[in-house]
Design a protein around this ligand. Structure first.
Ligand SMILES: [Zn+2]
Ligand SMILES: [Zn+2]
Length: 355
């Protein structure tokens, strides 16, 4: 016996039904061939989890242990696992791709051909498989990445909050030349890290727009200009900062009708719009040369997750001190309070559960 429960049970945060997430006593998972068992050191909690709790994500079956942002220590190796040792500290890539298809071999694991389907990405812990808001979790050995001495609480948040913006930014490499301008719409969790990643990896001018003056203040060390959507001269200021051309890159972490329209109004010819926030907004695609609200040559997309190389890059950025996620800690047994606080917008930076 260990504490109040036996060696084969554990505490975990489970989806029981629509709107119903509970702390439960669960069976400790058994490691299968090709997997490792991790003792969870930290599990991030984000809006995706709040969406899942509200039954807004049909991918997640009842009974799933939540938690897609996982850092842990390897404690048991499944058959055939040779690349890890007990005691290794790792994060889990949230996209469990096959590793051997043409897309994976090309370094595009989030486009894996053998896992998921055309409209659904590869399996994700805490979304389509049991995740890391628990004392233990199993994960494929191929989905782990070493974090060395990096604080596991920081590392856990990187797997989504830094990976997703890093990947989105990398798809704009052509537009992020020195002298370019990037507008970030929404500098909460992911937008804040987007500003840090841009500062660490480019010489682009960074303009942030957010309704929250607190969020703007938190991001200010990495910004050139901070504005609120209510500023009447917002569009004029972006145009004057860019010699009337518009922003080379617009990163939209909101993604509603109003922000998509603003993205299109601010972007320059041959610019890039990346919509990371998925609030269900729509924007018309018009195939016409004159009076088109979207300048010619603009690419607009909702990127997904990131590649294994992208995760290695954000870990390296954090290890070098170039990016520093702001973290609010909760004990695992306090998870429901963390969900409520996040849903109510009361958390600064990223919420992390500690078993
Ligand atoms: Zn997340
Ligand atoms: Zn693959």
């Amino acid at each position: 016996m260990e504490g109040q429960h036996c060696n084969h049970s554990m505490q975990g945060v489970q989806l029981l039904g629509p709107g119903n997430v509970q702390l439960a006593t669960l069976q400790r998972p058994e490691v299968k061939a090709g997997e490792v068992l991790l003792r969870v050191l930290a599990a991030g909690l984000c809006q995706t989890d709040v969406h899942i709790r509200s039954a807004a994500d049909s991918r997640t079956p009842d009974g799933t242990t939540l938690g897609h942002e996982i850092a842990g220590e390897v404690i048991e190796l499944g058959a055939g696992v040779t690349q890890w040792r007990r005691g290794d500290r790792v994060v889990v890539h949230p996209c469990w791709s096959c590793g051997v298809c043409a897309a994976c071999l090309a370094g595009r694991q989030n486009a894996c051909r053998r896992t998921g389907s055309r409209l659904s990405p590869p399996p994700t812990p805490g979304v389509t498989r049991n995740g890391g808001m628990a004392e233990y979790v199993c994960a494929p050995a191929s989905a782990l990445m070493s974090i060395g001495e990096l604080d596991p609480e920081v590392a856990a948040t990187l797997t989504d909050a830094a990976l997703t913006p890093y990947h989105a930014i990398r798809t704009c490499a052509e537009q992020l030349y020195p002298g370019s301008t990037t507008v970030i719409i929404g500098v909460g969790g992911l937008g804040n890290l987007a500003a840090q990643i841009l500062r660490a990896t480019s010489a682009t001018k960074i303009v942030a727009i957010d309704t929250s003056s607190e969020a703007l203040d938190a991001a200010r060390p990495w910004l050139d200009v901070a504005m609120q959507p209510s500023d009447t001269d917002l569009i004029d200021r972006v145009m004057s900062l860019t010699e009337g051309c518009g922003a080379d890159v617009v990163l939209d972490f909101v993604g509603n009708d109003a922000t998509l329209k603003l993205d299109a109004t601010l972007v320059c010819r041959a610019g890039a719009i990346r919509v990371v926030g998925l609030s269900g907004g729509t924007y018309p695609f018009v195939a016409r040369s004159s009076n088109n609200p979207l300048p010619r040559g603009v690419t607009m997309m909702c990127p997904y997750g990131g590649t294994y190389g992208d995760l290695a890059a954000v870990i390296a950025l954090a290890q070098s001190g170039a990016i520093k996620p702001l973290i609010t800690r909760f004990a695992l047994h306090d998870a429901l309070n963390a969900f409520d606080a996040l849903q109510a917008g009361r958390i600064r930076g990223r919420a992390v559960l500690i078993p």
